[in-house]
Design a binder for this molecule. Structure first.
Ligand SMILES: *Cc1c(COP(=O)(O)O)cnc(C)c1O
Length: 504
């Protein structure tokens, strides 16, 4: 075994990894990358098919991003934000505020005018959670604030973020450490008990037959809580698509209507755009599937009205998932793609109302007592600024739109596989749900590790990604070429055939 691999096996503990299994084999040691490609210590090349766990936007070693880091290194790498301001962080805050309003959702919600920095997605959520908690108490809206989030939600691994999550497998071990939050039905058209449609060879959102029962449940839960005299402090959601829940996309109109309901019942909106932010969900205003759907959809007047969706203004297209349906949250959490996948940096944007609840004389102790040693890190902020420059260029939007179309085209080839039950794409995020037989939707038992085995077979074909249970994730860096997309999808196709082909 190579020296580097040996060091890893001996000393490193990997996240979300059964280390007994890990220690039983030689790990892939990545030593360099360029564009959508990664190279290992043995000189083998791979496609980075999940954008280095959903973080990378423009590819590895992008010259403009490299330059931004180097330029900032020539000045200073880090300085504390406790008591000091720094140039890149101040500039970035202004740019983020502008980005949050670029697509004209301001008439719908309050202005996101203030940026609180932290280090990663979990801490961005932790900040939002603490702010919403305090606001609910200080405004007298609720003495014991409670939170509502979606079934299957994942919002990070710190204790507060875990409390907002509802993935039992990850979270049950820590139950004694957590506070209670409520879960409400998320739209998961492919496995929705209210969907009366038989499986077809297309995204389940496009052929579903329902009466928006999921929204009915959101409404009931909000009403129930309000009748107790304490409306929810906040409704926490991932807009357009839930990531770690299994790449579960929302049918068009769900986001707008669910958030309208939450707001009308007195809850603040916490949008977790840790995965969906920075152009991941497409450039246009319609982030979800395009065509109008048949049957049952018009009931309760729940269609998103096109009039509520604002026109695009910036050449770079919209960068946030919320903007696809004109939703303006009270708290917006950004991380993963914020630095283009270069450095750990996160931001929680919020409104004058939330900010104002923490203003007062020092002796009132209304200060937000929260912060991290690396808050507002100048290197991270510099590369984030360079990444925004790229994203907001006309060329970037064109390239992303084209990549989205190529991906859509290639993914169609998967429908010939009987083990492909659902293919879900929102912009440049895709989840492919593997099943025993598409006609029955029968899932593979988790112990069979169907998703993992398929991804291992893909790795042998030079394509790296990670599954979520039986869902294989494809999330290319925006620089991926047409040929690379073809190779990526072909590797998945062959891996499904070779791994699950006859009898799994
Ligand atoms: C990854 C992720 C998080 C957690 O972010 P970390 O940077 O891993 O702490 C939170 N929410 C969503 C939607 C995510 O995808």
């Amino acid at each position: 075994m190579m020296d580097l691999a040996r060091l890893d096996r001996e000393y490193v503990w990997h996240p979300f990894t059964q280390m007994r299994e890990w220690m039983g084999r030689e790990p892939i040691v990545i030593v360099s990358g360029r564009g959508a490609r990664l190279r290992d210590a043995r000189g083998r090349e791979y496609l980075d098919a999940n954008a280095s766990i959903w973080t990378n936007l423009h590819g590895h070693r992008h010259p403009a991003l490299d330059r931004a880091v180097q330029r900032q290194l020539g000045k200073i790498a880090h300085v504390s934000a406790l008591g000091l301001a720094n140039e890149p962080a101040s500039r970035l805050a202004e740019r983020l505020v502008r980005m949050a309003h670029e697509h004209g959702a301001t008439e719908i919600g309050p202005e996101l005018g203030r940026v609180f920095y932290s280090d990663d997605g979990s801490t961005a959520l932790e900040v939002a959670l603490k702010l919403a908690y305090e606001v609910a108490r200080r405004t007298g809206r609720s003495p014991r604030p409670r939170f509502l989030s979606l079934q299957g939600a994942y919002h990070g691994d710190t204790v507060g973020a875990v409390s907002l999550g509802h993935i039992d497998l990850f979270h049950r071990a820590y139950r004694g450490l957590l506070f209670r939050s409520d879960a409400v039905m998320a739209p998961y058209c492919y496995r929705c008990p209210y969907n009366r449609a038989k499986p077809e060879r297309m995204d389940a959102r496009e052929y579903r037959r329902c009466a928006w029962e999921c929204l009915g449940q959101v409404e009931r839960q909000l009403t129930r809580q309000r009748r107790k005299g304490h409306p929810y402090a906040a409704f926490v959601f991932e807009p357009l698509i839930q990531g770690a829940a299994g790449m579960i996309p929302q049918p068009p109109g769900w986001l707008r209507q669910a958030t309208d309901l939450a707001r009308s019942h007195g809850a603040l909106l916490i949008a977790d755009e840790v995965m969906t932010g920075f152009g991941r969900t497409g450039c246009g205003n319609q982030g979800a599937t395009e065509p109008a759907l048949a049957d049952g959809r018009g009931q309760r007047g729940r269609e998103a009205s096109p009039a509520t969706v604002s026109p695009q203004t910036a050449v770079g297209g919209r960068l946030l998932a919320c903007q696809a349906e004109g939703v303006q949250p009270d708290l917006l959490c950004l991380a993963k793609g914020l630095t283009g996948g270069y450095l750990p940096l996160a931001a929680t944007l919020t409104t004058p109302e939330v900010f104002g609840a923490f203003l007062g004389d020092y002796s009132e102790f209304k200060t937000f007592f929260h912060g991290h040693s690396y808050t507002a890190n100048p290197l991270g902020a510099s590369v984030a600024l360079a990444s925004l420059d790229l994203l907001e260029s006309a060329g970037s939007c064109r390239a992303r739109t084209r990549l989205e179309a190529v991906l859509r085209q290639e993914l169609r080839t998967l429908w010939t596989l009987p083990q492909v039950g659902d293919v879900r794409q929102v912009g440049l995020v895709t989840g492919i749900e593997l099943v025993r037989d598409w006609r029955t939707r029968e899932p593979f038992p988790l112990e069979l590790r169907a998703g993992t085995r398929v991804c291992e077979a893909m790795a042998r074909r030079g394509v790296l990604t990670r599954p979520i249970g039986n869902v294989v994730v494809l999330m290319p860096p925006y620089c991926m070429t047409t040929n690379e997309v073809r190779r990526m999808v072909a590797a998945l196709r062959q891996a499904v055939r070779s791994t699950l082909g006859r009898r799994a």
